[in-house]
Write a protein that binds this ligand. Structure first.
Ligand code: AHR
Length: 634
């Protein structure tokens, strides 16, 4: 039964209480939310991104009509741009015969290939230049993996002039297929140079060019998230914090927002610390646009020059720190500044004159060096608050698995009266059940909590129940926990670095985990204010000896019981009220007196020694007939 006390006012719940944490992990961007269908479109893949990569990863040589040539990726003065250095050079022998004879390359897309749907339009584009005075005919075809079936009528274009020009056209799929291949071949002789070979579905989310994959974006939108934390995670603070400096640029740079805005062909790529190449085609502008489209408050995370995520390295370079602080101020201007400002103008040029309404920003992610982090954080905070008092600057606690450093981080944050602190933890479902009261004892006068990353460690039904139970504890403490987001959000099933995840997909379909349903339930039903309530349950006790599932399934609600007794069928006491299950089937939460029973009747003593509660020595795990008796706690 539930007792509700409408006369007592509980804490107010922030509209943005439940949100999402998006990180480019598990190929969340390229091969995920970013709708680009061509993998390695700018020939920038590198062994520094992943040991198996070459600049031609995902591309294979192709010939039609017997035409021959050589295909090489080069990086020389003829490049498309300073930050887009590699391009494909095709040296054509001008042989072969018949209309459409050509030599070139074919792209395999992601997963099983390029997924297309019958009747849908796909926008192709490529940057090209040729030294052939009579021009170079290009043929762009879409076919199945075997090559046996054409999936669209070929598109033809003629490249003219030895200067980079963008060529565009459309392909209309005549069949639905998930193994598509995009072939780009060139006829005639001479040298043709290609870069940024791209194919997008016309039907992106909200129809934005350079947009997002519709089914995935819609799944995220259906959550109705209150905020969007992006772009990471470890992605943000791992690697060098230097700026892009051609030609000697460091591949593993932390995520720096200025790399990710402006025309896509001018953006560099980078080695994603999760072990692949990231194109930055999905960048800060697109994240802000997405947040606006789904009605979420944008919440960017910028690196604090302390590398967390296991690396524990503080960068000691005052000039670099100054530059990053300035970049952060520029980011605020990019998001909110008038179109007459430098970065506001850039936003307007990209298509969004109106400000994006940024009002919170996080500095750093999972910093394990609390003192070094806090020193740098303070400089960021002072600079931001001096210029933008309207922005809530969110700090970090480091992951909550580090004991001393976590406590130290909180001590520093508390002493400096920081407004909000980001906590992260990934634990067992049992932990979530046992820690429902975690925030009951947090200091009401201290910094607010942003639970920026959490998940129970699996994607099973029980995980989502444990998370739901835990979220009732977050909500009960909505005066302290102002925001919370499950993590990570996205996973391409064929490129997984981290699990569990909220939404899964391949190149053609997307599906939510059961945790997705939990998050959706809470996000779609955010209240204004907590109404104090208490729940109690009367256990339906099994009367006689029992085997298999036990009737006291209180584990999702953590109802507390005293005097729990488990006895053998003949009435001899096997245990008092203090037992737990090493195999997760019987458990008793320590300290609180609450206990949970799941299926089965394997019992282990609280000491962890197997079988100590049964009479007949060491017989290994046994199935016993048991009686169960419990009194609900008053
Ligand atoms: O969510 C996955 C990772 O977990 C994040 O990148 C990091 O912040 C945390 O350790």
């Amino acid at each position: 039964s539930i007792t509700v006390d409408p006369d007592r006012a509980g804490p107010e719940i922030d509209d943005a209480m439940y949100g999402i944490f998006y990180e480019d992990i598990n190929r969340a961007a390229d091969g995920g939310l970013y709708a680009e269908l061509v993998q390695n479109r700018s020939f920038e893949y590198d062994t520094a991104d992943h040991a198996s990569y070459t600049p031609l990863t995902s591309w294979t040589e192709t010939t039609t009509g017997g035409a021959t040539g050589t295909a090489r990726v080069v990086n020389d003065a003829a490049r498309l741009g300073e930050k887009n250095r590699n391009y494909l050079r095709l040296d054509l022998r001008g042989d072969g015969g018949g209309a459409g004879a050509g030599y070139g390359v074919t792209n395999a897309g992601y997963n099983t290939g390029i997924a297309v749907q019958a009747g849908k339009t796909y926008d192709f584009s490529v940057w090209a230049r040729t030294d052939n005075p009579s021009g170079t005919p290009l043929t762009i075809g879409l076919h199945t993996a075997s090559g046996a079936t054409a999936l669209a009528s070929p598109l033809r274009a003629t490249v003219r002039g030895d200067h980079w020009t963008k060529y565009t056209g459309t392909l209309t799929a005549r069949a639905t297929d998930t193994t598509g291949r995009l072939a780009v071949t060139a006829g005639g002789g001479g040298t043709v140079r290609l870069d940024m070979a791209s194919l997008f579905p016309r039907d992106t989310y909200k129809g934005h060019p350079n947009g997002l994959r519709k089914d995935l974006a819609e799944k995220i939108a259906a959550l109705k998230p209150g905020f969007l934390r992006f772009p990471g995670g470890c992605l943000v603070n791992t690697g060098s914090h230097r700026a892009y400096e051609a030609p000697d640029w460091e591949r593993k740079r932390s995520y720096q927002w200025k790399d990710t805005v402006g025309p896509v062909e001018e953006r560099p790529t980078n080695a994603n610390p999760w072990g692949y190449n990231q194109s930055y085609g999905l960048g800060y502008y697109e994240y802000f646009q997405f947040a606006e489209d789904i009605g979420a408050t944008p919440l960017p995370v910028v690196p604090a020059l302390v590398t967390g995520c296991g690396q524990n390295k503080a960068t000691d370079d005052p000039e670099l720190l100054k530059r990053h602080i300035q970049d952060t101020l520029d980011l605020i201007e990019f998001a909110n500044g008038p179109v007459t400002s430098t970065w506001g103008r850039k936003r307007a040029q990209m298509g969004h004159p109106k400000p994006f309404g940024l009002n919170r920003l996080e500095v750093g992610n999972e910093e394990n060096l609390p003192d070094a982090f806090f020193e740098r954080f303070t400089e960021f905070r002072e600079a931001i608050e001096a210029k933008h008092p309207e922005i809530t600057v969110i700090s970090n606690s480091g992951p909550d698995d580090s004991g001393v450093t976590f406590d130290r981080a909180w001590e520093l944050n508390r002493a400096a009266k920081v407004k909000m602190v980001d906590e992260h933890y990934y634990n067992s479902p049992q932990w979530f059940l046992e820690n429902n009261k975690r925030y009951d004892s947090y200091d009401r006068q201290g910094p607010k909590v942003f639970l920026g990353e959490y998940a129970s460690q699996d994607n099973r039904f029980g995980n989502s129940l444990a998370e739901a139970a835990y979220m009732t504890g977050l909500e009960r403490n909505a005066d302290v926990v102002r925001m919370a987001s499950y993590a990570p959000l996205l996973a391409n099933k064929d490129y997984v670095q981290w699990r569990p995840d909220l939404i899964w997909y391949d190149n053609a379909a997307a599906w939510g985990s059961t945790s997705y349903e939990t998050q959706k339930l809470f996000m779609n039903n955010v209240g204004d204010q907590v109404v104090p309530s208490e729940a109690s349950a009367t256990p339906s006790l099994p009367s006689g000896p029992i085997t298999g599932a036990v009737g006291l399934s209180t584990w999702a609600t953590s109802v507390a019981y005293d005097d729990v007794q488990v006895t053998s069928a003949d009435g001899a006491t096997l245990l008092g009220d203090d037992f737990s299950g090493g195999d997760g089937k019987w458990t008793k939460a320590t300290g609180t007196g609450s206990w949970q029973v799941r299926d089965g009747a394997y019992v282990q003593s609280d000491t962890g020694a197997e079988n100590t509660m049964v009479t007949a020595g060491d017989r290994g795990w046994q199935n016993y007939d048991l009686n169960l008796k419990a009194t609900k706690r008053a």
